[in-house]
Design a protein around this ligand. Structure first.
Ligand code: SF4
Length: 309
């Protein structure tokens, strides 16, 4: 069996041969981040996917991220490193359920978190990421907004945009939203000198206890730049691992060991090598979207880039 460094070496050779650009979400494992061309949270990957010159993109993350890369690059070939990796939040509601909810609030705009399927984006007006939601909702003309699917990110956005009236569905990330105030209190008691940094996908009670609330990129930057030495990390547990490697002089603790997303863990370096090999021999399964869905969903993403500045 090949070792991880041997697989990484073969991936680099295959990348050079095929001209594939590898995009990897920050929650991926260190051996994947090491061989990726672009790494970051959903917003950074969305923005970078639209700018790269590569004609073939291989996405290491979950399905909606590959769909977003395809929507922003319809002329490019997009591949998923592991097609079994989905996001339970993205698939919580169907387009029909969103339209039925929208009908309850005449004149409202539908704001879709990027963690949605292309089909749900196609019935929405504008997309947001966790780092751009406040700015985009604040820049919108409409006051009445149906914010989907994450009610926790919606509640956080509502707090920052008090002149807007947000309506929610009861969706959210099953991992971030499962964290309880008792767990947060226990983590703070165990590490009294640590700052608590949390993702807005956590419940409002948890965000209210935090020293900093922000997207994954915001949490990473805050911890890197802070003069404090200890941090409790309230997002996917892989970020604890990445920060520990990157900032060995600081201490990082998970808010909860349950903050672990199996879908983000499913992709391996061996999966990446397999897809690169299939791309090289012409048998790889390209991600495709129906034309009408892609056109409407692309509008939703274009509005995100326009209102997000
Ligand atoms: S951590 Fe939550 S929101 Fe992110 S991919 Fe996993 S289930 Fe989806």
């Amino acid at each position: 069996m090949r070792t991880i460094p041997e697989i990484q070496q073969e991936i680099r050779r295959r990348k050079a041969e095929t001209g594939v650009c590898i995009l990897a979400h920050s929650y991926q494992s260190p051996d994947i981040l090491e061989i990726a061309d672009i790494t970051g949270d959903s917003y950074k990957l969305s923005a970078a996917a639209g700018k790269t010159d590569a004609k073939k993109l291989l996405v290491c993350g979950v399905r909606f991220m590959a769909e977003t890369a395809k929507l922003l690059n319809p002329e490019k070939q997009v591949y998923e490193a592991n097609p079994a990796a989905g996001c339970p939040m993205a698939e919580q509601f169907s387009p029909e359920e969103i339209l039925a909810e929208k009908a309850k609030y005449p004149g409202c705009a539908v704001v879709a978190y990027v963690n949605t399927t292309a089909a749900v984006k196609a019935v929405s007006d504008v997309c947001v990421t966790s780092s751009s939601a406040v700015q985009i909702v604040g820049n919108m003309q409409q006051k009445e907004i149906l914010f989907i699917p994450d009610c926790n990110l919606g509640a956080y956005t509502q707090k920052q945009c008090p002149d807007k009236h947000l309506h929610f569905l009861s969706g959210g990330c099953p991992h971030h939203s499962s964290i309880t105030p008792e767990e947060a209190r226990a983590a703070k008691a165990a590490h009294p000198n640590a700052l608590l940094l949390v993702h807005p996908e956590c419940k409002p009670e948890i965000s209210a206890m935090a020293d900093y609330v922000g997207a994954t990129s915001g949490i990473l930057n805050f911890a890197r730049k802070s003069e404090q030495k200890e941090f409790i990390i309230g997002t996917e547990i892989s970020i604890v691992q990445h920060l520990t490697l990157e900032c060995p002089e600081k201490r990082f603790y998970p808010l909860s060991n349950r903050l672990c997303c199996p879908d983000m863990r499913i992709t391996s370096a061996a999966d990446i090598l397999r897809v690169l090999t299939e791309i090289a021999d012409g048998t790889a399964q390209e991600l495709t979207l129906p034309d009408e869905t892609a056109r409407a969903a692309r509008h939703c993403l274009d509005e995100m880039l326009r209102l997000g500045g």
